[in-house]
Design a protein around this ligand. Structure first.
Ligand code: DC
Length: 233
């Protein structure tokens, strides 16, 4: 059977992308790559270096010189991010990084610097790659493009529960407000704003549990109409 070699999944925060992508990657034996981690690690590095996240020139320069390594944990298949020789994965999801990452991700220089890394990994194939502009900008040639969406309230509820589970002391209203602000920034930035590719399959996940989302996407994977160069399995 021929499966899509590059599967791109885009959509707003907490639309269910990561859960879906992990499961797909596991089912297909593909690599899972969450590109949000690259924007988060750039944000973390800027904050650590005392650089103002609004300073496009300095942050972009930092992104170009970023010594970042992606490693897969062989036990859990989760991606770990190393910055200058240190595993910083657990520091990428703090409220501080959450608060600044959309500002960093809006800088064209940062997006340009991180594009090459993402394309290089994506074009190796047999990959499920997740982000905001994967199907539109990073790999428009992806074999299957999925766009997940859900209402702001549903997504804020999911993020709130995740944050509480991680031990962060936040209120639902704070999470909702932060998400509203980030949505606005992600959708209104000049470069690579969040939107579905024209040929993306759009799925609303408000009333779907993760299993139903997975089953729907697996159906699309199976009915994939091979283009020249599709993965033979
Ligand atoms: O998916 P996430 O919450 O980890 O993403 C963090 C931020 O990075 C979010 O504000 C959007 C941005 N991002 C982006 O602009 N492009 C991507 N491909 C991935 C994430």
């Amino acid at each position: 059977m021929t499966y899509p070699r590059i599967i791109a999944i885009d959509g707003p925060a907490a639309s269910g992308k990561t859960t879906l992508a992990r499961r797909l990657a596991q089912a297909l034996g593909y690599t899972f790559f969450d590109t949000g981690m690259l924007y988060r690690v750039t944000t973390l590095a800027a904050l650590q270096a005392g650089i103002d996240p609004h300073d496009e020139e300095q942050v972009s320069e930092l992104a170009r010189r970023l010594q970042v390594e992606l490693r897969t944990d062989p036990r859990t298949a989760a991606t770990r991010i190393w910055l200058a020789g240190q595993d910083v994965t657990d520091r990428l999801y703090t409220p501080e990084v959450d608060a600044w990452v959309s500002v960093v991700a809006a800088h064209p220089g940062v997006r340009q610097a991180l594009k090459a890394v993402q394309r290089r990994l994506a074009l190796q194939g047999r990959i499920v790659i997740v982000g905001r502009d994967i199907g539109t900008v990073i790999v428009p040639e992806a074999d299957l493009k999925i766009y997940l969406d859900a209402s702001l309230e549903t997504r804020a509820r999911r993020r709130y529960e995740e944050a509480r589970a991680r031990g962060f002391d936040v209120t639902f209203e704070q999470v909702l407000e932060d998400m509203r602000r980030r949505d606005r920034l992600d959708a209104s930035r000049d470069v690579a704003p969040l939107r579905p590719a024209e040929d993306a399959r759009i799925l609303y996940t408000d009333n779907l549990d993760p299993d139903a989302v997975f089953q729907q996407v697996m159906a699309w994977v199976r009915e994939y109409d091979p283009q020249p160069g599709g993965a033979q399995r």
